[in-house]
Write a protein that binds this ligand. Sequence first.
Ligand code: 6GU
Length: 228
Amino acid sequence: MKIDAISIFPEFFDVLGLSLLGKAQDQKIIGFEAHDLRKWTSDRHRTVDDSPYGGGAGMVMKPEPWGDAFDEIIPKDQRPTLIFTTPAGIPFTQKLAAELAAKSHLVFACGRYEGIDQRVVEHASGQAEVLEVSIGDYVLNGGEVAAIAMIEAICRLIPGVIGNAESLSEESHNSGLLEYPSYTKPASWRGLEVPEILLSGHHAEIEKWRKDQSLSRTKVNRPDLLAE
Ligand code: 6GU
């Protein structure tokens, strides 16, 4: 998979060189490139923002650098998936991560300030499959950290990126429930014991216990998931 990210702080994406995603890049499973939006400015101050039409607080990202960046990064004969990071987007979920993991080219457009001129999104729909996506109900200073979270969630679903493919199917959000609690050695630690059932060797009983734990944990931490 090819992934491009466009941002005024491309250094944010240096973290993608670490750990499993770094290895996946070395192995050419993922080709990642961060681009500085200011490359597509032409004035002396390399301006990327301006005041909002209609008034109001903050600044809006100007359309021209974005349009020129997409013209260069999006191949004329292809239609990649272009993701605008915004708290006003559709929710990023495990299901969306899985859908995006099957694509061959993703482009992340990371806005700052009060967002990007909406005509950029409109115009880009002629060049790509466009999504406006949010990672949760809170506001970040910019989309870079959100894009990094999405890239990690997506890339770990690409075959070959994670060593143990089995661990993927058992984790939180795959079943629609949260994952059961985990324990390892020692069996007794600071006066706290590992639940006895896990030491019993009764596989069917252990599975039932884990299912119960998943359900009660979901009830307490995420009742909204059960309503669905
Ligand atoms: Cl995708 N961007 C920003 N700036 N803030 C967010 C977000 C994205 N998702 C949640 N908050």
